[in-house]
Ligand binder design. Structure first.
Ligand SMILES: Cc1cc2nc3c(=O)[nH]c(=O)nc-3n(C[C@H](O)[C@H](O)[C@H](O)COP(=O)(O)OP(=O)(O)OC[C@H]3O[C@@H](n4cnc5c(N)ncnc54)[C@H](O)[C@@H]3O)c2cc1C
Length: 463
C-alpha cells in the first residue's frame, strides 16, 4: 500500500530542504527510487535529496516527526536493497559528494554521498590511493562504515582502517565528529558497524603512495582444472606478500578482445590479482601462470583505475542479483570439493562465485581494535546469483542459497555485513564476534536508542 504524507507536511519539508523532495506524483519518482539491484522494486513515501548537512538533519527530524522509516541512500549498492523501502523516507545524500585532496599530508576528505570513482579521480593523478571497493560505483561512506574490502586491502588495510575521522548526523539530529580523540566510542563503532549509528556526511582518509602502474589482471582456467588450481592457490596464499591481493573466482569469460573467441562466455575458474610491487607479483604468480595451462591471461602493468574498474562491465547498475557467503579460516580440502561441485551447477548467465583473500594488513589489526569482525578470516566467499529474465530468478537464487547453506558448516559462522543477504541475529553476532557485537548493541542504545537507522544489517539497541 502506498503511504501518503500529508501535503502540508511535505510543503514544510520542501521549504526547509535546499535539495529536492520527490514524491510518487513526480515524474522523477521511478528513476529516483531505483537502486543498483534491479530486483528491488520498492515505493518509498518520499525521497529527500539532501545537499547539505542541515538537509540531512532536517530530513531525519521530519521522518521521526511523521513516523516514517528512514532509508539512507548514497551509492544505492546494498544487495538486499537497504537504501529504499516501501513507505519510508529515503534520505538521499548522493549530492553531498565533494572530494578534496591534501596531497602534502596524503589525506582526502570525501562527502558522505560520493562513490569511489569520484575519489580515485582526485587522488590517482597524485599517485595516491586508499583501499576502495572492487567496482568504481559503490558508495564510499556505506562501504567504509561496514569495513571496506578491496584490491589494495592486504597492503593498505580495509577502507575503514584508513579512516581518520568522520562527521555523523545522529538519530536525534546532532552533528558529531568522530575520531580517535572526539567521541572515540562512535569512531570505534562506525569502523565496521555499518550505518547503524548515524549518517556519515563527511569522511577523511589517510592515503598511500602508489606506483605509476599496478601489476594486475586475470588468469583464467578450464573448469576441469579447478580442484588442482584451488589446492595450489591455497598453498600460494599461505606465503602471499602484502603487496599482492587476490581473488579466486568462478565466472563466465568476458567477451573482451584478449579472450580467445572459443573461450568467451564459457565458465571457468579465475585468479584475479593486484600487486603494488610488480617484481614481487611476477614471482609469486609465476606458478599459477604456468599451471593448466590457463585458457587465457590478461595480467600486465596497468593504471590503477583500469584494474579498479575491471569488474564494472560485469556488474552494471540494474543487475538483478542475490548474494550470500561466509568467512573461512582455510581453503580446506572439504571446502575445495564443495566449491567444485557447486560451481559445476552454476546456472547459465552471469552468476559468479568469488572468494576474496583477506589477511595481510587486514589480519594484523587486533580483533576488537575496530568494530570490523573478520580479522581472523583468511577468505571471504561471495556466492552471487545473477539473472536477466524473470524465469531465471529462481534457479540463480537457489544456486547461491544452496552454495551458502552447504558451505556453512565449513565456515567461521559469520560473514561480511556489506556483502551478505539479510542476516539472522545469530549470524550477525558471529560476524562481529560476541564481545564486539554486545559492545555495538550497547553503543546503538547510546546513539540510536529508538533504532531509527534500522534499514541495514541491524544491530538492535541493548541497554
Ligand atoms: C556491484 C557491487 C560491488 C561491491 N563491491 C564491494 C567491494 O569491493 N568491497 C566492499 O566492501 N563492498 C562491496 N560492495 C558492497 C557495498 O560496500 C555495500 O553494499 C555498501 O553498503 C554500498 O554502499 P552504497 O552507498 O553504494 O549503498 P546504499 O545502498 O546507498 O547504502 C547501503 C547501506 O548503507 C547505508 N548508508 C548509505 N549511505 C550512508 C551514509 N552516508 N551514512 C551512513 N549510512 C549510509 C544505507 O542505509 C544502507 O543500509 C559491493 C556491492 C555491489 C552491489
Amino acid at each position: 500500500m502506498q503511504v501518503k504524507i500529508p501535503e502540508t507536511s511535505l510543503d514544510e519539508l520542501r521549504r526547509t530542504l535546499s535539495g529536492q523532495v520527490i514524491t510518487p506524483e513526480d515524474a522523477e519518482y521511478d528513476e529516483a527510487r531505483k537502486v543498483w539491484n534491479g530486483d528491488i522494486d520498492r515505493r518509498p513515501a518520499a525521497i529527500a535529496k539532501c545537499r547539505t548537512v542541515a538537509d540531512v538533519q532536517a530530513a531525519v527530524g521530519f521522518a521521526r516527526k511523521e513516523g516514517l522509516p528512514v532509508a539512507v541512500r548514497s551509492g544505492g549498492h546494498s544487495f538486499p536493497g537497504h537504501s529504499v523501502a516501501d513507505g519510508a523516507l529515503v534520505v538521499d545524500v548522493r549530492q553531498i559528494n565533494q572530494v578534496s585532496l591534501d596531497a602534502a599530508n596524503r589525506r582526502v576528505t570525501v562527502g558522505g554521498g560520493a562513490v569511489w570513482s569520484e575519489v580515485d579521480a582526485v587522488t590517482v593523478p597524485h599517485r595516491l590511493a586508499v583501499t576502495g571497493g572492487h567496482v568504481t560505483h559503490t558508495g564510499v561512506a556505506a562501504l567504509t562504515l561496514g569495513g571496506g574490502v578491496g584490491h589494495l586491502m592486504r597492503g593498505f588495510g580495509l577502507s575503514s582502517d584508513n579512516l581518520l575521522n568522520a562527521e555523523i548526523v545522529t538519530a536525534d539530529g546532532r552533528v558529531l565528529q568522530a575520531s580517535e580523540t572526539e567521541t572515540p566510542d562512535l569512531f570505534w563503532a562506525i569502523r565496521g558497524g555499518g550505518g547503524n549509528f548515524g549518517i556519515a556526511t563527511r569522511l577523511e582518509f589517510q592515503l598511500h603512495p602508489m606506483p605509476e602502474t599496478v601489476f594486475g589482471g586475470m588468469i583464467f582456467y578450464a573448469p576441469e582444472n579447478g580442484l588442482e588450481l584451488m589446492r595450489r592457490y591455497n598453498e600460494i596464499c599461505k606465503t602471499m606478500p602484502d603487496s599482492v591481493t587476490t581473488i579466486l573466482a568462478y565466472l563466465h569469460a568476458p567477451p573482451f578482445p584478449f579472450v580467445p573467441p572459443e573461450v568467451q562466455f564459457k565458465p571457468g575458474y579465475a585468479v584475479i590479482a593486484v600487486c603494488t610491487d610488480q617484481a614481487v607479483g611476477e614471482k609469486i604468480l609465476a606458478p599459477l601462470r604456468k599451471f593448466g595451462p590457463p585458457l587465457f591471461e590478461m595480467i600486465a602493468p596497468l593504471p590503477y583505475p583500469a584494474v579498479q574498474s575491471l569488474f564494472d562491465p560485469a556488474l552494471p547498475p540494474g543487475t538483478k542479483g542475490y548474494l550470500n557467503g561466509h568467512y573461512f579460516s582455510d581453503l580446506s580440502e572439504d571446502l575445495i570439493q564443495s566449491v567444485h561441485s557447486h560451481t559445476a551447477q552454476m546456472p547459465p548467465g552471469h552468476s559468479q562465485m568469488l572468494i576474496l583473500q583477506l589477511g595481510g594488513a587486514v589480519g594484523r589489526v587486533p580483533e576488537g581494535k575496530t568494530a570490523f569482525g573478520g580479522r581472523q578470516a583468511q577468505y571471504l566467499s561471495m556466492f552471487v546469483g545473477i539473472w536477466e529474465e524473470t524465469g531465471d530468478r529462481a534457479p540463480a537464487v537457489a544456486w547461491a542459497r544452496g552454495f551458502t547453506s552447504d558451505t556453512e558448516k565449513l565456515s567461521m559462522g559469520g560473514s561480511y555485513v556489506n556483502l551478505a543477504d539479510e542476516m539472522s541475529e545469530t549470524k550477525l553476532a558471529n560476524s562481529y564476534g560476541r564481545e564486539t557485537y554486545d559492545k555495538l548493541a550497547k553503543l546503538k542504545a547510546k546513539y540510536d536508542p529508538q533504532n531509527v537507522f534500522r534499514l541495514n544489517q541491524n544491530i538492535r539497541p541493548k541497554a
